[in-house]
Structures are given as C-alpha cells and as structure tokens.
Design a protein around this ligand. Sequence first.
Ligand SMILES: Cc1cc2nc3c(=O)[nH]c(=O)nc-3n(C[C@H](O)[C@H](O)[C@H](O)COP(=O)(O)OP(=O)(O)OC[C@H]3O[C@@H](n4cnc5c(N)ncnc54)[C@H](O)[C@@H]3O)c2cc1C
Ligand code: SF4
Length: 498
Amino acid sequence: MADPKGFLTTPRQDWPRRPVGERVRDWNEIHVPGALLPIVGAQADRCMDCGIPFCHDACPLGNLIPDWNDLVARDDWWAAAERLHATNNFPEFTGRLCPAPCEAGCVLAINQPAVTIKNVECAIADRAWEEGFAGPAPPDRLSGRTVAVIGSGPTGLAAAQQLTRAGHTVAVYERDDRIGGLMRYGIPEFKMEKRHLERRIGQMRAEGTKFRTSTTVGRDVDAVGLRARYDAVVIATGATAWRDLAVPGRELSGVHQAMEYLPLANRVCEGDLEASPLSAAGRDVVIVGGGDTGSDCLGTAVREGAASVTQLDIYDRPGDERDEVTEPWPTYPKLYRLSASHEEAGALRTAPEAAEDSDARLFAASTLRLTGDADGRVRALHLVEVDAERRPRPGTERVLPAGLVLLALGFFGPDRGDGLVAGLGLELEPRGTIARDAGFATNVPGVFAAGDAARGQSLIVWAIAEGRAVAAAVDRHLTDGTTRLPAPIGPYDRPMRA
Ligand SMILES: Cc1cc2nc3c(=O)[nH]c(=O)nc-3n(C[C@H](O)[C@H](O)[C@H](O)COP(=O)(O)OP(=O)(O)OC[C@H]3O[C@@H](n4cnc5c(N)ncnc54)[C@H](O)[C@@H]3O)c2cc1C
Ligand code: SF4
C-alpha cells in the first residue's frame, strides 16, 4: 500500500450522487459525473493490505481487489485495468450495479466503514475506456470450432467474449431487438446508461463475436437444428418467468408485472417511444415486492411524474446494524438499505400511509385484494400487516389509493413458452431452472447452461462469473484441455491497448 496509515487518516467517501431534485428530472445516471476520479486514489489507499483479503473471496469473480487498490493508490492505472480485466470482463457494469458483497467482507469493515471497492472498480473501468486500455483483444488464430450462445445478458456476453478470445467462432442469438438482456430491458438508465453496454458490444464485434437479434431460438430458429449446426451450445436465457399475485382483483386493468412496465421506460430512453403506454404520470402507484426490481419501478415512476408511490415489503424492516450472532462478519448482512430510488421517493407527495418511513416503503405488508371502478380499472389496494410467520395482525387492514399496481415478486426460471426447453428435451430442476452438472453440462450432449437460467434469479456479478466458468467448460469440451482462454489471473500475454 502506498500509504500505510491511509485507513487511519482518510475517512470513507462515496461517489457523490446528484441532488435528488435534479436527478428525478432526467434519466441520466445518479452520480455526479467527474466527481469520482479526484477522490478515488485516497479511497483506494484506505486498503490495509490485510494479508488475508476476505473481499477477494466475497467477490463471486474473485476480483484481485487489494492488487488494484494498491495500483490505483500508486497512480498506475494501466496495470490496475489489466489486473481488473483479468477476472472481470465487464467491470463498468459491476462497478455501477453490483451490491458489493466484497465490501461486507472487507477487513476494515470489522470496525470502520469498508473501502469503497465498487467505486474504485468503476473508476478503473471508466478510465481504461477513456485512455484506450480497453481495446479489442481478438484471437491470434481461429480454432475452427463453433459455438452458439443463446441469450445476450451478462452471462451470454461474458461466455461469448471468453470463447471468442480463445479462438472459437461464436454467434450470440437474442430474441429481443437489442443486445444486453436485463441490462438493456429491465435495469433503468439512471442506474447504468446504455452507452456502457454499447461500448462493450462494439468491442466484442471488433473481436469477432457475431450477434443475431430478434431471433428466438425454439421459435424462429429450430433448437435441434441449431444444436446440429454448432459444435457446442450455451444456454444463457435468464430467468424471466415471473411470479404472480394470486389475490382477488388481479385481473383489473392497471395491474402489471414490473417486467411489463420497466422495459417500456427503457424504450422511451432508447428513443423507440415518445411516452410509455403504462406511464405512472399522475397516478398513485403501489409496488408489490420489496426487492431491487421494486426499487427500480419506484425510481422509474418518480421520473415519470407519479402522484404518489408506495412500495410494499412483506418482510419486517431490517435492522440498521449487522447482527453479530446470526450474520457475523464477513457475511453479507440483511440490513436496512436506502437505494437511490428510495432517496428519491421524498421528491413526491408520498401516500400518507407510507409516512412512517420517508422512503415510501411499507414493511410487513401483505396484499389482500385489489378493487376497481365500474370500467374495470384498479382504484385501491387493500393490505394487512403480518408477523414474521406472515400471519395477519388483527385490526391492521388499510386501503391505499392505486391507479397503477406493479408486481415485483421475483422470477422462478427460464420462459418455457418459446420451445427451446421442450425442443431440446432439457431436464429441469424442481424449481424450474435448467438442470446441469458441476461442469455446466445439461442432459443434452454438447449443450451447456449458465446464469439465471440455471442458477435462478441472481446478480450481474454472478452472471459474469458463470459466463466465464461455462466458457472454460465449453473450451475444455472443444479442445481436450489445450485451452487458449485468456488467463484467469495475472496479466494478459498481450497489452490490452488497442
Ligand atoms: C429490474 C431488474 C433490475 C436488476 N438490477 C440488478 C442490479 O442492479 N444489480 C445486479 O447485480 N443484478 C440486477 N438484476 C439481476 C440481473 O439483471 C440478472 O441476474 C442478470 O441479468 C442475469 O443475467 P443472464 O445473462 O443470466 O440473463 P438475462 O440478463 O435475463 O438475459 C437473458 C437473455 O436471453 C434472452 N432469451 C431468452 N430466451 C431466448 C430464446 N429462446 N432465444 C433467444 N434469446 C432468448 C432474453 O431475451 C435475454 O436477453 C436485476 C434484475 C431485474 C429484473
Ligand atoms: S464485482 Fe461486485 S463483489 Fe466483485 S469487486 Fe466488484 S463490487 Fe465487489
């Protein structure tokens, strides 16, 4: 470490967010542009070089965090970028979107605020792009083997990039009109501007990866025929089959799944639509589901000009401090967290019932029924408070005004309606995900599965990690062990500069 006393003398400082009143008027990222670089060197220098870096183990990618903290503190950005890209294909995605389990495992976090690892990662990635350290790395020669990757989310992209760089000829099939999976249609622009995605796709095209959009495998392209045409197939189709809400009134108009609502807002940002047909403008919005998807609906509804927004969470409000008995360091604790969207809820006239928490959330709240008007449009949501066993607390029924109800209750596995799973005869786990062995192989020879489709609903960081791991498995399958995959650890054997 450049300054052995950095962690004693420098307090934690996060990348500042733009003022709420400013950012809810646009769709740009929430952080102050240009405000990270001036502070990040001193923040990286808070890393203690503790010797046994639990952060490294807590990161699903095994990112070499202490190494690049030290390199940033010493102002060696080129080497930091090289070290970061050695384990993470898309650090500008995780640097913006990851919940940072690494920071929960930071040794400094035992008794002080953790190192701002995620911010350091983002700064390295952004600077690598600005200074040309992240150019394309095409293979020196081709293997003559071909791979079809189905799905272009972070799993499919990471798998495709690794396999292309190893010399295989890779085509990515995507049913949507644009590449990116949930990072394109799902995650709002204010969390990650799509230009970051475009830049990586450009890099991948330059390396030789082919993309086929608006092509649903199993419907537009026969799945068995595709398997026959390629030497291996990677299924990375995500877990987009959503959970529903089985209550009276679910059929009313104005009740939608989060993933019916969010992609339309994405399309407005892409310039495909002038306004979303499901816009929250002027409506009382109730979001059922306390997770991150619900929080994304909240930030979107605020920007669309909702009259009020309330988010219901069936669980009790988590505590502010780690429970040292049930969730000791270095585990990732369930804490009360205020996302940027929750911060923004105060910009609205929130429903009076949500006033107990200024962030628009109602905890321990279970939906009883929805009621509507004579036209069949939803008007109110009836709820009751529940205890930890989800038993209703007598006398706690309430009614919230609701002109738009958004369901954000999670996902249970890949879509089955497109003919891919049935067409290939893929076995499923009881919970609906694609069954695979420890080497990512499904029951169909030469067909591998990774990411949310096989693991269940998860995170970008896990998707990239699975994409890299399935690529290694496919490469072993194609090459009998003589791999030319980029080294998982340590510097590349060629400079990354374009
Ligand atoms: C609203 C929302 C917000 C989220 N926010 C975050 C966040 O901030 N941070 C985080 O870490 N995680 C977040 N997640 C989770 C994260 O997005 C997922 O874990 C991740 O995208 C999974 O990657 P994947 O590549 O496995 O699947 P996906 O990203 O779902 O991509 C799968 C792709 O496969 C395509 N596809 C499906 N079937 C076919 C077919 N038959 N033929 C061709 N293509 C097909 C789909 O169209 C899709 O593009 C969020 C999820 C949601 C829903
Ligand atoms: S990918 Fe996530 S867990 Fe890994 S270093 Fe980055 S922020 Fe931490």
